[in-house]
Design a binder for this molecule. Sequence first.
Ligand code: DP6
Length: 329
Amino acid sequence: MTTWSNKSIGAIAHTNIALIKYWGKKDESLIIPYTSSLSLTLDQFYTETHVTFDESLTADVVMIDEQEVNGQGWQRVHDFLSIIRKRAEITTNAQVVSTNHVPTAAGLASSASAFAALAAAGSKAAGLDLSHQDLSRLARRGSGSACRSIYGGFVEWRRGTDDHSSYAVPVTADNGLSDVQVIALTVERHRKPISSRQAMRLSVTTSPYYPTWVKIAQTDLAAIKSAISNDDFTKFGEISELNAMRMHALTLSANPDFMYFNSETLESMNMVKQLRHNGIECYYTIDAGPNVKVLCQRRHVNDVVETFTEMLGADKVTLAKSGPGVHYL
Ligand code: DP6
């Protein structure tokens, strides 16, 4: 049993960009992935969430960005709160008030920061006092990538084999790579046409390349970890770009096939290659959507930002760096 009061608890979690992608679930209900993944938590994009368990509520109430949420969005939060309730041995309904802080681009709000913040605020409001490891395991149940947002900087999600063994751990980078710059290009602000959840299921079940992905992901992960510990930005960038393309190859080879890129995505990818050709070392990575994240070192950041500001407009370009792990308000 736990002790709790109907106190409101607030937490902040930052979103993360995967460099070695998570793409495919071995266990859909517990969210156990086929492969381990690695990400960088970003300073610029975060979610602030306040949770209050309140005996007077007849159902959970969910407010996101000042709008009351119903339907599927509500269900997902309700199901997640029920995991917390079960663990805390309570049955009380909760009020969740969540705000996404995303500089210019509404399109960058993410389920990673949302469920990491909800795991932290919700568990504490329910009277639980979870370790970071347990918070990571809990956040994973809401959205796989959320388990990595419990920590700041580089983070590895060790796939594990069950609920107990699948969680994220921080990866130390006390060298130049901890200063990697991420230029987020928001070429599209609308919701993605196919959710990552559906998309990864389709890749797992229909892409003939999926078994190869599972093998190569392990090699890519080992290589990026050694690039991080050797402070080797070139290797780090090359592996990130390649791994992202390998993930997108799974959507292109699914049946029915689908593609997350739009024309500005492709133009941005080509521009990164051109910059590289001109001696400005940068690489791209792309998640389940058309937006592009460009990786570079501090010495090239002005050139990269200028190039894309000219190409896409200032409102589509946001500079981010390594950000912190989850914290309470
Ligand atoms: C392409 O974590 O959003 O961003 O577990 O179904 O909620 P669910 O998926 P989600 O998928 C993220 C996919 C990705 C790669 C990554 O973040 O590793």
